[in-house]
Design a protein around this ligand. Structure first.
Ligand code: TYM
Length: 367
């Protein structure tokens, strides 16, 4: 059996996504450049283990920052409030944003797209219900640890007048047929849903934040997210120069998979797929034991003989994301793959780790 190394773990499925989306992998050289620029010796396991896996133009952004002391970076990320609580997958881009805020000591803007979730929801939820979700989501987001003095969270409903001049510029520069093609919209979609992407693009323009971003500097936007949000920003990058804006850089987190299988992402709209940040330890244990798809064999004898298929095992993938002790993680992978650990044992370890992540979060949560 071949040995498990960090590169084996990193490469699973990541290369496919990198090729499909035409993004750049986060190379060891880029990690060294980030360390050098930010004067840090170590970065979190999320970066070192390739969980924050790819980027667009992050190298170019670093070059600009190095060359021009007058240029500064701000981070832009967001949340579409579709449920009362964030799930574990949402934690990843926000954790990445937090790490970058600490590394670069820079401002963060966070867009809460209550309009998006009102326009797209099919189950009749009112704008006020969505706003309630938004308020709860903001408490979750601020619990993650952003610097309150350097972080601006806004809901589109309340902040739209500041975004509107840039929304108009963006709207004027994109033809409907291009938008349809990018987002797969059809003429059966509502006007609001079709137009929404331009609202998510507006925060890429620093002038959307005239009172938050000090105008004595030239600001460059860096967007941490997962690849599902890429179309908004790819299209904005395409039109940026036509409206005299700079292209934002992006950094992408891997998708945390659904409990039901690694081919799907964890999603709020599929309850059995997700572990929410307000789940109890009992719920977490039940969800992982009952739903987490296993790559182990059906019987202990077969498992001892053949070992587990790590590529499809959900519990292992949650350990990859949340077990910080790298050596221990690699040992578990090796033993499970060699049939020396059973599925039940790996799930038990995963349950302990996830309960710790969620209960630490709940202890700190703003109420
Ligand atoms: P939303 O609420 O669907 O997701 C919020 C953030 O979480 C990421 N994400 C995931 N990351 C890892 N694993 C998963 N299973 C997973 N599921 C979701 C998303 O990529 C996103 O970064 N329209 C957006 C809100 C938004 C936004 C932005 C997001 C507005 N402006 C700028 C990123 C950057 C939305 O509905 O996100």
């Amino acid at each position: 059996m071949s040995d498990i190394t960090v590169d084996t773990v990193k490469s699973e499925s990541t290369q496919k996504l990198i090729d499909q989306f035409g993004v750049q992998p986060i190379s060891p050289e880029l990690i060294e450049r980030i360390k050098k620029y930010t004067k840090k010796d170590t970065l979190s396991h999320f970066i070192e283990r390739g969980i924050f896996m790819a980027h667009r133009d992050l190298d170019h952004l670093l070059t600009q920052l190095e060359k021009n002391p007058n240029e500064k970076v701000y981070l832009y990320t967001g949340r579409g409030p579709s449920s009362t609580s964030l799930h574990l997958g949402h934690l990843l881009p926000f954790t990445l944003t937090l790490e970058l805020q600490r590394l670069f000591d820079c401002p963060v803007v966070i867009q809460i797209t209550d309009d998006e979730k009102y326009l797209k929801n099919q189950d009749g939820k009112s704008l006020d219900e969505i706003s309630d979700y938004g308020r709860e989501n903001i408490k979750d987001i601020m619990t993650i640890g952003f610097d309150p003095k350097n972080t601006f969270v806004f809901t589109n409903r309340q902040y739209i007048n500041f975004l509107y001049p840039n929304i108009l510029k963006i709207q004027k520069s994109i033809l409907t047929r291009r938008l349809f093609k990018f987002f797969g919209s059809t003429d059966n979609d509502s006007i609001g849903k079709v137009n929404f992407p331009t609202i998510q693009m507006a925060p890429c323009c620093p002038s959307s934040f005239p009172t938050f971003l000090n105008p004595i500097f030239k600001w460059r936007c860096l967007i941490p997210c997962a690849l599902d949000q890429d179309p908004y920003f790819r299209l904005f990058r395409d039109i940026a120069s036509s409206i005299k804006e700079k292209k934002p850089a992006l950094i992408y987190s891997k998708f945390l998979p659904s409990l039901l299988g690694r081919k799907e992402k964890m999603s709020s709209s599929v309850d059995k797929s997700a572990i929410f940040l307000n789940d109890t330890p009992k719920q977490i244990k039940k969800k992982i034991n009952s739903y987490a798809f296993s790559g182990g064999q059906d019987t202990a004898e077969l498992q001892a003989q053949l070992g587990a298929n790590l590529d499809v095992d959900v519990a292992i993938s949650y350990l990859e994301f949340f077990m910080e002790d790298h050596q221990r993680f690699l040992e578990i992978c090796q033993q499970y793959k060699d049939g020396k650990l059973m599925t039940g044992e790996v799930k038990k370890i995963t349950i302990e780790i996830i309960i710790k992540v969620v209960s630490d979060f709940q202890e700190n949560r703003f109420n």
